[in-house]
Ligand binder design. Structure first.
Ligand code: MG
Length: 368
């Protein structure tokens, strides 16, 4: 089964809440998502999606994804569509770095592989563990009181894990964390995620001030060394996210005892293939993971569900249902949150069918 053509679509995904704000006042109102369609010579088509969290979260941006795919696609035409290992070798040899550019292509090839053998992706990634995956809800940065109200509101939708977006003014962040912790109920989990936003001295100040609060601290500072420094000064459970961009970073962090859990984002590491490698390593090392992506719509939500559902429950910290954060559905068949949980579908591949009325005409097409 050879790759005959690659089409690229652009779709805007406005936020249900109108706006999503995280550290340093960074915010997004409409996400710019890219959908890749890989058409094989058998007629089977595979789909993938990549959606950076604006251009200022990770070294990734939406137009960059499409520009990078333009570099890669001509080198992939005519190759075996289900040869995911060789395809990744070609992508890595053609374009150094830029993992997010490769993510939607890798995802689309996994979708093709699943469809070609009639199995859902979670079967190919190791098999389904349990009935469903527990989700967390990101609480967009607002005033302390508003964020506490949002925790209570999202509890009504079944969520039991709440990730507060902090990384702003340290004194205000302390109020945010305390206000949310006040409304927390037994069995619920609170995470204060600074998304690299605190200076190291501010992070130390916050960590000391909330030492008595039942809360996880996530990625306080930009640099790994500053995060490690804070980790060594606090007894709070600690999560690394933005710094875990590949195997080397994970191994170093493990060796340093730098975290209790990680956040694994599919596109940050280059797609499902590389995310699976990190996932399997974390399972071997007993490191819990939140499995997700930087952002996305239905296609990415399906990919998250398959990767998370094929992860042993003991190593699943949480996952994300991005398709419930946005107002536009870019595909049918994607899993839908049920009482705070998500389950991978049983249909072959990702189990989704893109909505071409929403995607419109391709913005680019590559063929032999
Ligand atoms: Mg995070």
């Amino acid at each position: 089964m050879k790759i005959q053509a690659i089409r690229v679509y652009q779709v805007d995904l406005p936020l249900t809440e109108g706006r999503y704000t995280w550290s340093d006042g960074r915010h997004v109102q409409v996400f710019d998502s890219t959908v890749v369609e890989i058409i094989s010579d058998t007629g089977i088509r595979g789909y993938g999606e990549v959606c950076p969290l604006g251009p200022f979260y990770l070294p990734a941006f939406a137009a960059g994804a499409r520009a990078g795919i333009a570099e890669l696609a001509p080198r992939l035409i005519g190759r075996e569509a289900t040869g995911i290992g060789p395809l990744n070798e070609v992508m890595d040899a053609t374009l150094l770095g830029h993992p997010y550019v490769k993510s939607a292509i890798d995802m689309a090839c996994w979708d093709l592989l699943g469809k070609s053998c009639g199995r859902p992706l979670c079967d190919l990634l190791g098999g389904r563990h349990g009935e469903s995956i527990e989700l967390y809800r990101a609480i967009s940065q607002r005033s302390a009181d508003e964020m506490a109200v949002n925790v209570a509101q999202y509890r009504e939708q079944g969520y039991r894990k709440f990730q507060l977006k902090v990384g702003g003014d340290p004194a205000e962040d302390i109020r945010r964390i305390r206000a949310a912790a006040e409304v927390l109920r037994s069995g619920e989990t609170l995470i204060a995620d600074a998304n690299t936003g605190w200076r190291v001295d501010d992070a130390a100040y916050v960590a000391k001030a909330i030492a008595d609060v039942d809360v996880y601290l996530e990625q306080p500072c930009r640099s790994y060394e500053h995060c490690l420094s804070i980790r060594r000064r606090t007894a709070l459970p600690f999560i690394l996210d933005e710094n875990i961009d590949g195997i080397q970073a994970l191994l170093r962090a493990c060796s340093d005892g730098a975290m209790d859990a990680i956040n694994l984002k599919i596109s940050r590491v280059g797609g499902i293939s590389k995310a699976r490698l990190i996932r399997d390593l974390c399972v071997s090392l007993d490191i819990p993971m939140t499995i997700e992506d930087s952002w996305g719509g239905d296609i990415i939500t399906a990919a998250i569900a398959h990767l998370a559902h094929s992860t042993p429950a003991r190593c699943r910290f949480s996952a994300t249902d991005f398709n419930s954060y946005v107002t536009v559905r870019n595909a049918t068949g994607a899993p839908i949150r049920d009482n705070g949980c998500l389950a991978a579908g049983a249909s072959p591949g990702l189990g989704i069918e893109p909505d071409f009325d929403v995607l419109g005409e391709p913005v680019a097409e590559y063929r032999a």
